[in-house]
Design a protein around this ligand. Structure first.
Ligand SMILES: Nc1nc2c(c(=O)[nH]1)N[C@H]1C(S)=C(S)[C@@H](COP(=O)(O)OP(=O)(O)OC[C@H]3O[C@@H](n4cnc5c(=O)[nH]c(N)nc54)[C@H](O)[C@@H]3O)O[C@H]1N2
Ligand SMILES: Nc1nc2c(c(=O)[nH]1)N[C@H]1C(S)=C(S)[C@@H](COP(=O)(O)OP(=O)(O)OC[C@H]3O[C@@H](n4cnc5c(=O)[nH]c(N)nc54)[C@H](O)[C@@H]3O)O[C@H]1N2
Ligand code: SF4
Ligand SMILES: [Mo]
Length: 720
């Protein structure tokens, strides 16, 4: 297929050409300094050339970092607006008014750290260390240090934004395989993209994807929305939100019936295949079509294409398939297709590589996970939510943050009296008003943030953090590249890097941890030890270092050591789920508040709401405040199909009321074919209206605790 030469063109400059075409003059007091952008996720973190004059960033460009090769997205291009925004916190602030009033008084760092230590240590003494929860929001770079701090303080309650992102997908993959394999895109001949839209959510992958397409890669896309990927796809399976499990079982049924599966792998390396085969047999193409809305012939075509084109890889997403009340089982069903077709840990399939650092696959491997867990679980109180989400607690080494507001409110089995939040955004939670009220109930809420957000207003003490431009951090890239960044400017005002704050707190609240008290760089050196790298060595390469002579990780590692599951095999029938009395097969259940799950609601709420499909210019709550990015969509909008709009007399740009059984909000209508009839799509994270008030706080998958953000009955009416 010919690629358009428009917005998604792959014709990026190579590194040498890039160096020659730099427009910005260097000299005359302008210096070029290298750093990374950390506005979006750690699989991106593009290299940046920052032009600095008189200690101020005056311009940014994409650097020759092999990951982004000179490119930046709209958000990264707006970095100056992010760094210098008027809402940036510049000094520690102590609450003086009522909680929520936003009245604070500036104090010094010494005072602030002493107050924090005094409050945290006395709550620990009175109620136990577990009554302090530590939380990291979407920012991730401080996580290993924060987790260690929590454990060394004595609290098992370290949790993160990943309680709504990626971890449920990881959990599902772990139940099936014990580990997780990413697509080996460079060698795949077919890519099954199951609910991911890299054109918006992972732009640095797009060049590689289009290169592979030029080499003849077949693409199958699964997802309810039309995306920029759709025009590159050979088949698009446009499912009803929340029905991935049924579609995957329907595809598995075709693959098994037509004997397209990998008999050798299935016979030697799997557990529960016969039961799986029998169960999948219930998902005839007709029944699958009735559930998912995908025409039978397309499901068959996709199943054949994926199973017959070897090797084939599955690209899953961190969130859309698990943002449902049936998410884990759906995700298990679709990742089962990898083993069924013999594409697990093979060249061009889903390739398992040990983690390097912070979600980036290696090699080399660091000691990140060993570092984080400074105290065994057995020496701490049970984690919050362990009874409610026992499977999560067995498999995932964090607490489930969706339970946090419940335990603050009920104080059962023990009270949570304090939260130490790094970038905590209450609007991330379903029923975010309930989360906000819960935060206000705390005895001591310490928030470390870049900006004065609404969540900050519920805090007792706010500490100002700084951006990636103002700090040093360790960053590995899958392209065998590593960088220890040097701050390109001084931290704004009195702000400090999160890591500095953590190590300063550690000296006051975890003084017996001999490693933590040695400070940031010594801790990074400890983590780096198996790689042979040190911070000192990395400092000699301020632009980053290419890692040479790293041996290739072998394929089919299970042939040597088995799968890291209880049975040592890939588990179509999960031993862990069986142990907890749950269905061991990836059984399909309807989304709870869906047209089949709750037919009695259909009369009043006839549409299906899916929230949070990514937009290229926004990252959750972060970039709404930047003029360049916000200018691309100045007002919140919901996407509605032309027929649904016409039936409701709604015209483009009309103000409409979007309601669920819990709440309703007003927003503008965007009439578009990207959603099918019956589906409403809206971005999340807006300050006003608050999308997540539409969800009950307990609208959660009982296995993972993940919110059902992407399937919920709703209605839309024209506002009068
Ligand atoms: N309805 C709906 N809700 C969703 C989703 C959805 O699809 N639909 N998606 C879910 C998913 S997958 C995710 S990942 C979450 C997003 O989770 P959130 O944690 O809400 O993400 P952000 O808004 O990006 O970041 C939170 C805060 O971190 C602050 N911050 C940024 N950088 C730093 C830093 O370096 N240090 C510190 N201390 N703070 C910093 C930002 O200013 C921001 O206020 O939302 C979830 N919520
Ligand atoms: N620009 C930008 N990039 C981001 C982020 C951001 O906020 N902005 N957030 C980052 C984060 S935290 C995450 S988790 C990732 C997520 O990013 P992606 O993995 O790309 O996920 P989405 O864009 O939410 O959704 C991708 C597609 O999933 C499909 N989908 C929606 N509902 C369903 C469903 O019920 N079933 C199936 N099978 N498919 C469905 C839709 O068709 C949608 O186009 O993006 C990361 N990158
Ligand atoms: S926001 Fe854009 S420039 Fe920054 S890391 Fe993400 S993709 Fe790269
Ligand atoms: Mo996410």
């Amino acid at each position: 297929m010919n690629r358009d030469s428009g917005a998604f063109s792959n014709a990026g400059p190579d590194a040498a050409a890039l160096r020659n075409c730099k427009a910005s003059p260097v000299g005359g007091g302008i210096e070029l300094r290298k750093t990374i952008c950390a506005i979006c996720n750690p699989l991106s973190h593009c290299g940046i050339d920052a032009y600095v004059r008189d200690g101020v960033v005056i311009k940014v460009e994409g650097s020759d970092n092999p990951h982004n090769g000179g490119t930046l997205c709209a958000k990264g291009a707006a970095s100056r607006q992010y760094i210098y925004h008027k809402d940036r916190l510049r000094t520690p602030l102590l609450r003086t008014g009522e909680k929520g009033s936003g009245e604070f008084w500036p104090i010094s760092w010494e005072e602030a750290l002493d107050i924090a230590a005094q409050r945290l240590n006395s709550i620990k003494e009175e109620s136990g260390a577990e009554s302090v929860a530590f939380f990291a929001g979407y920012p991730k770079w401080m996580r290993p240090f924060l987790k260690r701090l929590a454990h060394s303080f004595g609290s098992p309650n370290y949790c993160t934004e990943s309680s709504t992102c990626s971890t449920a997908a990881f959990l599902a993959a772990k139940l099936n395989y014990g580990c997780f394999g990413r697509p080996d895109l460079g060698n795949a001949k077919c890519l099954l993209v199951w609910s991911a839209n890299p054109f918006y959510s992972n732009t640095s992958m797009v060049r590689r994807l289009l290169d592979a397409r030029d080499r003849g890669l077949k693409i199958i896309e699964v997802g309810p929305l039309v995306t920029p990927l759709t025009r590159h796809a050979d088949v698009h399976l446009r499912i009803r939100p929340g029905t991935s499990g049924a579609l995957a079982l329907g595809m598995a049924n075709v693959i098994i019936e037509e004997e397209l599966y990998d008999r050798d792998f299935v016979e030697n390396w799997t557990l529960g295949f016969d039961d799986f085969k029998k169960y999948a047999g219930n998902f005839s193409l007709e029944r699958t079509e009735a559930i998912t809305g995908v025409p039978a012939h397309l499901t068959r075509q996709a199943a054949r294409l994926y199973a017959k084109t070897r090797p084939a890889a599955l690209q899953t997403s961190a969130s859309p398939t698990v943002h449902h009340t049936n998410g884990v089982q759906n995700h298990r069903a679709l990742t089962a297709l990898i083993g069924l077709t013999g594409n697990f840990d093979v060249r061009g399939g889903n390739y398992v590589r040990p983690p390097a650092y912070l979600y980036v696959p290696g090699p080399p491997s660091t000691r990140e996970h060993e570092y984080e867990q400074s105290r065994p679980w057995s020496e701490m109180a049970p984690r919050m939510g362990v009874e409610r989400f026992p499977v999560w607690s067995r498999v995932i080494a964090e607490a489930q943050a969706m339970h946090l507001p419940f335990q603050i409110q009920t104080e059962t089995p023990y009270p949570i009296r304090s939260v130490v939040g790094f970038g905590l955004n209450h609007r991330m939670w379903p029923g975010c008003d309930f989360m906000y009220e819960s935060l206000k109930k705390l005895d001591f809420f310490l928030q470390v943030e870049l900006f004065m957000t609404d969540t900050c207003k519920a805090a007792d003490l706010i500490l100002p953090a700084c951006t990636s431009f103002e700090r040093s951090e360790l960053k590995f890239y899958p392209e065998k590249f590593v960088i220890w960044t040097t701050p390109v400017i001084e931290p704004l005002g009195d702000s400090r890097p999160d890591a500095t704050i953590i190590f300063d707190l550690a000296r006051r609240i975890a003084p017996e941890d001999a490693l933590l008290t040695r400070g940031y760089e010594a801790n990074v050196d400890w983590i780096l030890e198996p790689t042979g790298l040190t911070v000192e060595k990395l400092k000699q390469h301020p632009g980053g270092l290419s890692l040479k002579d790293i041996p290739q990780v072998p394929f089919r590692k299970y042939e040597k050591s088995g799968f890291p599951t209880p049975s040592g095999k890939m588990e179509f029938a999960s031993t862990v789920l069986r142990e907890f009395g749950l269905d061991p097969l990836p059984a399909y259940k309807e989304p709870e508040l869906g047209p089949v799950g709750r037919p009695e609601l259909l009369k009043d709420f006839p549409l299906i709401l899916t929230t949070g499909a990514r937009l290229p210019m926004f990252v959750h709550s972060r970039t709404f405040r930047l003029p360049w990015t916000n200018g691309l969509r100045p007002e919140p909008m919901l996407d509605i199909n032309p027929e649904d709009a016409a039936n409701r007399d709604i015209a483009q740009g009309d103000t409409v009321r979007l309601s669920t059984p819990r709440n309703s909000i007003e927003v503008k209508a965007n009439i578009t074919q990207i959603v099918s009839r019956g589906v409403i799509n809206i971005y999340h994270g807006y300050r006003d209206p608050e999308i997540n008030t539409l969800f009950e706080p307990d609208y959660l998958d009982p296995i993972s605790g993940f919110p059902g953000f992407k399937s919920l009955l709703c209605k839309v009416e024209k506002s009068i």
